[in-house]
Design a protein around this ligand. Sequence first.
Ligand code: NI
Length: 286
Amino acid sequence: MQMPPSTELAQNFVWPLPVEACASNDLDAFLRKLEAVAARRGFRRESLGEAFGTPLWLLTREPPGRDRPSLLIAAGFHGEEPAGPWAVLRFLDQCDEALLDTARLGVLPLVNASGFSAGQRHNAADENPNRGFAPDEDGIAPSAEGRLLLACADRIAALGRDGVLACHEDALLDCAYVYVNESGAHPGSFGKALRDANARYFPLHPDGSVDGCPIRDGIVFNHRDSSFESWLMRLGAARSACIETPGQASIERRILAQVEMIATFVRVCATGDALGEARARRPGRT
Ligand code: NI
């Protein structure tokens, strides 16, 4: 999520993907694979509207049974951070049916398609699609993609009621970290599980500051801004996180780390202690 210097913003961030057999910015290949995997895994696919000629796709899946937590996974806000969208695709392709069935899943697999295609951070209008969700925080207006999401804010908030995961990368770093938002005074099992999963693949960012935020033990805790993950906390999400893999590491390792963090997110929110905390705060839910 760190903002590169202006000279870096003009750089194109594109990697060959050996497993997917295409380039990391191959939008047509990505959308083709997404449509196939969504159909095969029983996801409903709908467009929330178009930004710069490409639909902003939302996938949803209703598991059998009742009282499943509602979890939202979102990726591809920044075009120079392709491991997130490709990891979402791989997770949907490979995830155990039993894990999929533990939650009502909402997935925004690629928010900023124009940036993804260009291998650049911002969208085609040079807007930051992960800012502007709460303009009173920093005065930033929403992006074209943000306006589509804000237009269905109630629905997005309901999809992420029990947990929100935003998949990002830090293009200029060779170490990893996570932004975590939780109701307690300190990071709980949710944030620590995501941090620990990231640390299985990369060294953690040292204590101090990252992108102007205090960081300790690989976690930036309860930072407020106008980002998607911070906005959904304001709308009542039980918890949210923004995971950051290092753009200077191998793309395949970054995708593997993101897949593991997505699976960890679903598992901890659906079956772990973190859900117990959420239930305790919500009398009447079983
Ligand atoms: Ni980012």
